[in-house]
Design a protein around this ligand. Structure first.
Ligand code: SF4
Length: 344
C-alpha cells in the first residue's frame, strides 16, 4: 500500500518547488479543464503558448460553445490529437444546454461529458472544486509504483484501477487539489521517466521502497507495445495562381475531417505522381520532388514522399487557399508542416 506518510513531505515540497504555470493561478474550472486536456500527451512547454491563445480567443465555456469548430481546430493546430479539441467543443455545448453554462462541480457528473475520462474528471473536481478524489495519470502511476516497488504492468486496467484506489485512500481531506497537483509535479520533475529519477532531491526518498532497493529505473513495468505500422504516403503541394490546394480528410480514421494537403497511399514515382494529378483533373507544369518527411502518430508512422507542382487551372474537388487563409483560417495537422515550409 502507498504509505499515507508521504502526504506531509509531498505537500511541503510542492509549496516551495512547484513550477509557475499559468493554469495554476486560477480556480476557474473552465481554465483548469482546458489546461488538463491540452496537457494530455503534450509537454508543458509546448502547451503554454496554446493555452494563452486559446484563453484569449475563447475565455469561457459559452465562448467555446458558440465558436465554429474550424476556429477551435485552428487554435489547436499543431498540438495534435485533434479529437481532444472536438470533444472540448462538444462538451462546452452540453455544459451550456444541460448545466446553464457552468461546469458541474462533481466528479461523477464531469465524467459524463465528452472527452472527460477518469483522470481529467479527478483533476478538475479536486483542483477547481476541492472534491476528495484522485487524479491518476502516467506521472502518478510512475511515482506510486516506485514508492511501493510494484512490478505489475500499469498497462493492465485492473492494476491501474487498484493503484487508483490505493491513491484515493491517501488523498487528504481539504487538500485534494494540491495533493493531486503535487503528485503530478513530482512525477514530472523529480521521479522522472526514461532513465534514473532524481532520488537525491526527492522529499519522499525515506519512504520509497524502490529507492531503498535500487530498482527505481526498472519501474513502472509496461507490457510490450506493438511496433508502429509504417505507411508510405505521397503528399502534393499544388499551387495555382498563388493559392494552395487543400482537401478535407475523410470523417472517420486518422486526422478525421481535418484539412490536408492532397495525399495518396504509397510512395509514388514522378511518373505515377503525374498520373495521379491527371486523375484529379489537374494539368501541371514542372513536377519538383520535395524533401521526404516522416510523421509519427501513436500507432502509425507516415513516411512521406512529396511533390510540388504549379497547376495551370484550379481543378474542382479541392479548396484553393490564399496565403492569408492558409495562415489564419485553415487548420492543418503538423504532419504536413515540412511541406508547407516550402511556401515560407
Ligand atoms: Fe521516485 Fe526516487 Fe522519489 Fe522514489 S525516491 S519517489 S524513485 S524520485
Amino acid at each position: 500500500m502507498i504509505p499515507a506518510a508521504i502526504v506531509p513531505p509531498l505537500l511541503a515540497w510542492y509549496e516551495t518547488e512547484q513550477r509557475d504555470l499559468p493554469w495554476r493561478h486560477t480556480r476557474d474550472p473552465y481554465r483548469i479543464w482546458v489546461s488538463e486536456i491540452m496537457l494530455q500527451q503534450t509537454r508543458v512547454e509546448a502547451v503554454r503558448g496554446y493555452y494563452a491563445r486559446f484563453m484569449e480567443a475563447l475565455p469561457d465555456v459559452r465562448a467555446l460553445a458558440d465558436a465554429e469548430e474550424q476556429t477551435c481546430l485552428k487554435l489547436w493546430e499543431g498540438l495534435g490529437y485533434y479529437s481532444r479539441v472536438r470533444n472540448l467543443h462538444r462538451a462546452a455545448k452540453v455544459i451550456c444546454t444541460e448545466y446553464g453554462g457552468v461546469l458541474p462541480g462533481v466528479y461523477a457528473e464531469l465524467l459524463r461529458l465528452p472527452g472527460i475520462g477518469d483522470y481529467t474528471a479527478g483533476a478538475v473536481a479536486s483542483i477547481a472544486f476541492g472534491e476528495r478524489v484522485p487524479a491518476v495519470d502516467g506521472n502518478v502511476l510512475r511515482v506510486v509504483t516506485r514508492l511501493t516497488e510494484d512490478f505489475r504492468p500499469i498497462t493492465d486496467p485492473s492494476v491501474k484501477a487498484d493503484l487508483r484506489e490505493q491513491t484515493a485512500a491517501i488523498v487528504p481531506e481539504g487538500h485534494a487539489g494540491t495533493f493531486n497537483q503535487a503528485m503530478m509535479e513530482i512525477g514530472a520533475t523529480v521521479c522522472v521517466p526514461n532513465g534514473a529519477p532524481h532520488c537525491g532531491g526527492c522529499p519522499l526518498a525515506h519512504l520509497c521502497t524502490a529507492f531503498h532497493r535500487g530498482t527505481a529505473s526498472a519501474l513502472p513495468v509496461k507490457s510490450t507495445k506493438k511496433p508502429r505500422r509504417i505507411e508510405p504516403r505521397t503528399v502534393f503541394l499544388l499551387s495555382c495562381e498563388g493559392r494552395t490546394a487543400l482537401r478535407k480528410r475523410p470523417t472517420k480514421g486518422l486526422l478525421a475531417g481535418l484539412w490536408e494537403l492532397p495525399s495518396t497511399d504509397g510512395a509514388l514515382s514522378p511518373a505515377q505522381a503525374r498520373e495521379q494529378l491527371a486523375a484529379w483533373g489537374l494539368n501541371a507544369g514542372q513536377l519538383l520532388s520535395l524533401r521526404p518527411a516522416k510523421h509519427i502518430f501513436t500507432h502509425i508512422e507516415w513516411h512521406m514522399t512529396g511533390y510540388y507542382a504549379e497547376c495551370t487551372a484550379p481543378a474542382k474537388g479541392f479548396t484553393w487557399a490564399a496565403p492569408g487563409q492558409l495562415r489564419d483560417e485553415y487548420a492543418l495537422p503538423s504532419a504536413f508542416r515540412p511541406f508547407l515550409e516550402v511556401l515560407g
